[in-house]
Design a protein around this ligand. Structure first.
Ligand code: SF4
Length: 386
């Protein structure tokens, strides 16, 4: 018979990737302790100890132990435990301490209203068989017997994200608690199940599901079959972020939803390198702009020079000396060719020819307008406007 715990079932229902990390591949993904984890554990311990001994509860009731005493002892314990988290800032530690103290205050108010009536059990373990297929184990935060003799199961929730009474009735974790309590702990009917939210001083309760056993069985079967089929293929375990649950997750740094929060260190270590590259790229870009401006000016100067000195027909060595002007066309062509085989400077000639288009025949004009190769352009002779 396979054994599961309530917390495993709960984790599965909340986030499969967390379940995978926590239970299937622990070596690879080691859980990190967070301030929220410590806070949750400490508050549960303080709530439990409040009712651990009847004489202690009596001291609370009589005011021998005051709320301030209780809060002070929590603050001492908190400072000691929170100091272990090296990356926690003083501000975070102080905020969480305030949250913890608020929880204690609200819990105390709630219990005062109940005249500090002792619960039947706190953090009570149970183990039940489900249809002879699974064994499920768990621990219930608190079981109360009300004044009218009815039984209430309470789960403490240290979160600000509230669920509804309707959700309490369909919640798999609460269903298992009710079933475990009825079958293994009290052997009495459970009348109410729900959550106490100490940060809000709020109780959310409902009657437990009447189909608890079959619902638990189908939830376990679904989880068990999925895990059997997927094995250790991490990609098949989807992650489901939910603010209330992720706050307590020790796998945030490995979770695709939160890895961006952990880029801080990497970013710092690469910062100088990227800064230097950007500065160099910026300088080169500025130089490129200056060069482009200078090149444009130079091309204009070359064009003017060629026009003024009648050396547009660089390739045509057959021209009469008076048509060549004062320059040796072949010699100049050799110079220009070296720049980039002449291609860049073809445009100069083409531009000049276009400006002078009306001095050419229609056929020549067509060649000038459609020419793509240096050859076609250079076969044409520059003509001075008549
Ligand atoms: S951080 Fe949230 S979404 Fe990511 S693994 Fe943990 S519980 Fe799942």
């Amino acid at each position: 018979m396979k054994t599961y715990t309530v917390s495993k079932l709960n984790e599965w229902n909340q986030c499969q990737l967390k379940y995978y990390s926590h239970h299937l591949e622990r070596e690879f993904w080691e859980s990190e302790t967070t301030l929220e984890n410590i806070l949750g554990r400490l508050i549960h311990t303080f709530f439990k100890n409040f009712y651990a001994k009847s004489e202690t509860t009596l001291q609370f009731k009589k005011g021998i132990i005051t709320l301030d005493d209780w809060k002070n002892s929590f603050a001492d314990k908190w400072q000691e435990e929170a100091a272990v988290i090296e990356i926690a800032t003083a501000k975070d530690i102080a905020i969480k301490l305030d949250k913890g103290l608020l929880c204690l205050e609200n819990f105390h108010k709630r219990e005062q209203k109940r005249d500090f009536k002792l619960p039947l059990f706190t953090e009570k373990s149970f183990s039940v068989n489900i249809d002879g297929l699974f064994k499920i184990k768990g621990s219930i935060d608190r079981i109360d017997e009300e004044l009218d003799g009815t039984i209430t199961i309470i789960d403490y929730k240290i979160t600000d994200y509230l669920k509804t009474a309707q959700q309490a009735q369909s919640d798999a974790q609460l269903a298992v608690y009710a079933y475990g309590c009825e079958q293994d702990i009290l052997h009495r009917k459970v009348n109410k199940v729900g959550w106490f939210y100490p940060t809000k001083q709020l109780d959310v309760f409902n009657e437990p599901s009447t189909e608890a056993q079959s619902e638990i069985l189908s939830a376990l079967l679904e989880m068990d079959t999925a895990i059997e089929n997927r094995g250790l293929n991490k990609n098949l375990y989807k992650y489901s972020p939910s603010t209330g649950f992720c706050d307590f997750c020790g796998y945030r740094s490995k979770c695709p939803e939160y890895t961006h929060e952990y880029w801080h260190e990497k970013e710092n270590s690469n910062k100088d390198e990227i800064k230097e590259m950007v500065e160099r790229a910026y300088k080169l870009n500025e130089q490129k702009k200056e060069i482009e401006t200078e090149l444009t000016e130079l091309k204009n100067q070359i064009k003017s020079f060629m026009l003024e000195n009648n050396v547009m027909n660089l390739e045509n060595a057959k021209l009469q000396p008076q048509e060549r002007g004062n320059y040796a066309p072949i010699g100049l062509w050799e110079i220009i060719r070296q720049l980039d085989n002449g291609h860049d400077f073809i445009d100069i000639k083409k531009l000049a020819l276009k400006e002078n288009l009306e001095s050419f025949s229609l056929e020549e004009q067509k060649i000038i307008n459609n020419s793509y190769t240096p050859k076609t352009i250079y076969s044409l002779t520059w003509k001075k406007l008549k």
